[in-house]
Each structure stands twice: as C-alpha cells, then as structure tokens.
Write a protein that binds this ligand. Sequence first.
Ligand code: HEC
Length: 148
Amino acid sequence: MAEKFTKGMARNIYYGGSFFFLLLLLGLTVDTVRQLPERSRSENITPEVAHGKELWETNNCIGCHSLMGEGAYYAPELANVFDRRGVGNEEAFKGYMQSWLAAQPMDNPRRRKMPQFNLTQEEVDALAEFLIWTSRIDDNDWPPNVEG
Ligand code: HEC
C-alpha cells in the first residue's frame, strides 16, 4: 500500500467507479426491460385496450390525472380507479365510467372540474378497458392505498 495518495490512484477510483456504476445501471436497465412483458401482462393488451390508450393520449387525460404516479396532480390517480370504483367487477366499472364521463362538468363550486369530452359509448368502454388493464400492472402495489 503506497503511503501517498497519488493522482494516478484518484484517476483509477474516478474511472473505475464510473465504469462500475455504468455497468450496474446497464444491468438493472436490462433486468427491468426483461421483466416488463410479464409485469404489464402484455398478452392482455387487446385492440380495445390499445384504443383506450390512444384516447387517453389524444384527450390529454394525463394533463390533470396521474397514472402510477406519473402525470399531473390536479385530479385523482387513475391507475387504481378500477379497484376504487369497480371493486373487481368490469361491468360495474364500465357503467361507472359511462355515467361519470356523461355527468361532466359537474355544477359544484366546491369541487374541481373535469371537462366534457363528448366521447361515444365505445370510446368510454375502450378507456375503461385501458384503465382495467392498467390497474393489473404489477407496479409494486403503487399507489399505496386505493384512494391515492
Ligand atoms: C381539466 C382536467 C381534467 C382532465 C383533462 C381530465 N380529468 Fe378526469 N377528473 C378531473 C377532476 C378534477 C376529477 C375529480 C372531480 C371530482 O372529484 O369532483 C376527475 C375525475 C375523474 C374520474 C373519477 C375518479 C374517481 O376516483 O372516481 C375519472 C374516471 C376520470 N376523471 C377520467 C378521466 C379521463 C378518462 C380523462 C381523459 C379522457 C380525464 N379524466 C381528463 C379533471 C380532469
């Protein structure tokens, strides 16, 4: 062991450390990407789910809502709205979505407003299918409670 801490040693720690953590980052990224199809149950992505996602994007729902914590915090989280309002029943949830979207905007000065999107019944069903699929993604139980 050298007595003095030389520039060469500092350089080795710098490059060696950077290289080590770069490899760790790459390894964890590959690991995550490999888990995605199973975690997201990608075999359940039907054309209706894909259509719902498209509607989710073109109507900018994420401009007010969050999905698994990502998005805006003006309106409730929706990755768990199926568990919250559908309590495991897909038909009940679709009914809830139809009546919720039809009732907007609600005339209540004490609550935040959601716009009227004038979507067809099929479009609302597709959005419901997308949110049902989203609620079943294995996201380490995020958000931590059903109201979150
Ligand atoms: C301009 C902001 C805004 C946009 C854009 C928006 N929402 Fe909302 N949404 C809200 C607000 C605010 C609430 C809560 C209203 C309340 O509690 O009275 C809400 C509530 C909801 C709920 C009920 C949540 C629950 O816990 O019962 C659903 C479902 C929903 N939105 C779906 C959507 C979908 C689907 C879209 C896109 C088509 C969308 N929202 C776009 C503001 C928005």
